[in-house]
Design a protein around this ligand. Structure first.
Ligand SMILES: NC(=O)c1ccc[n+]([C@@H]2O[C@H](COP(=O)([O-])OP(=O)(O)OC[C@H]3O[C@@H](n4cnc5c(N)ncnc54)[C@H](O)[C@@H]3O)[C@@H](O)[C@H]2O)c1
Length: 339
């Protein structure tokens, strides 16, 4: 088996999903830390593209940060990007951080095939590029949704993850398995990151923090599945971006939970949005969705120990930042499709 160890920290990093919520923050932070950053994104219309345009525009202001509109399904396009970056004989990138994916649980029940294409085939295409072009380090975004519903909280990385509740989670499990195979056969050094409900400014409109902030602020109804007692380990996007960069260190193949370790009930989140926006929520309660998990909570002792990572932003501060971002961008953010 090839030796996967490397001694110098990665300097040239490719980030996929760069117009995405987490990817754009990872690109920005890498750039601030002096990395040579290349970002790519397909700009799919899984949700309102204006958010992707806004995040991309922030990245475009950063000198030297290279951006490409490219789909992970476009093998010829990926090959030419890797070839171009490899000119001079060195590896095109020291590391690839794969954040591009179809995300979201409920939509995956309706459109499973697009999830397989982006999350499984897309990850495979990138792993192949890394193998062919000698990229040694691969970071894969995975999800707390993998834990299903059979475990007591908090979730540890060594718990069984054989029973996914949604096509989304199943595709992430498949990508983890494929990544392991590339580590085993080809010596790629791989960090798998299981993120727990990420929130923050310019977040995803299919997730409750932005969706509820917009709707409560504008006096529109919000829908709650179940009674609001479901809980999530809400984790601030900048903490996630720091953890993702920390995961560039060599680990062989390892899996890390990145969560806040401070789960909150949805009803508590709604209460805080009401307080910060000064508006009362109008709530339409609907039956529980079977693909949803009742609770998520990360055991983050491994990320603390191995990556030296610690979440720093408490939920009130993070939500204040999101609400402030919404107010600053309200001229267009009122129109973001949050249905
Ligand atoms: N946000 C969360 O709470 C959360 C939780 C767990 C895991 N994750 C994972 O983290 C990663 C980033 O999530 P996010 O919340 O930023 O989602 P996002 O949808 O905002 O970002 C993903 C980006 O990938 C791009 N993309 C999708 N398919 C692509 C393809 N085939 N080729 C190129 N680009 C493509 C999209 O256009 C989008 O901009 C995803 O892998 C997601 O599954 C997110």
């Amino acid at each position: 088996m090839p030796d996967s160890s490397f001694s110098t920290p990665p300097q040239k990093v490719l980030v996929t999903g760069a117009a995405g919520f987490i990817g754009s923050r990872v690109c920005a932070l890498l750039h601030e830390q002096g990395y040579a950053v290349t970002g790519l994104d397909s700009f799919n219309d899984a949700y309102d593209v204006r958010l992707k345009d806004w995040r991309w525009a922030q990245l475009e202001k950063r000198p030297g940060l290279e951006l490409h509109r490219l789909d992970l399904g476009d093998v010829a396009g990926l090959t030419s990007l890797f070839e171009k970056q490899a000119s001079g004989g060195s590896a095109p990138f020291d590391a690839v951080i794969n954040l591009a994916a179809r995300a979201g649980v409920r939509a995956s029940v309706e459109f499973p095939a697009v999830y397989v294409e982006a999350n499984v085939s897309g990850s495979l295409n990138l792993l192949e590029m890394c193998r062919k072009f000698g990229v040694k380090k691969f970071v894969l975004a995975s999800t707390s949704s993998l834990y299903g519903k059979e475990h007591p909280t908090p979730y540890r990385e060594d718990m069984n993850t054989d029973h996914q509740l949604s096509p989304y989670a199943a595709t992430k499990k498949a990508a983890e398995a494929m990544a392991y195979t590339y580590h085993f056969l080809h010596g790629l050094d791989i960090s798998v990151l299981r993120y727990f409900t990420v929130y923050g400014p310019a977040g995803r409109p299919d997730m409750t923090p932005l969706r509820f902030t917009q709707r409560i602020r504008e006096g529109r109804k919000i829908t709650v599945f179940g009674d609001g007692s479901q809980s999530r380990d809400f984790t601030y996007v900048d903490d996630i971006a720091r953890g993702t960069i920390a995961a560039l260190l060599p680990v062989g193949y390892d899996i890390f939970n990145l969560g806040s370790d401070q789960p909150l009930k949805l009803s508590e989140v709604i209460g805080l949005i009401e307080e910060l926006t000064g508006r009362k929520a109008q709530i339409d309660y609907r039956p529980w969705h079977p693909a949803d998990m009742m609770a998520t909570w990360a055991d983050i002792s491994k990320a603390r120990r191995v990556l030296g990572w610690e979440p720093k932003t408490d939920f009130r501060t993070g939500l204040q930042n999101l609400v402030a971002w919404y107010e600053e961008n309200r001229a267009w953010a009122t129109q973001i499709d949050t249905d």
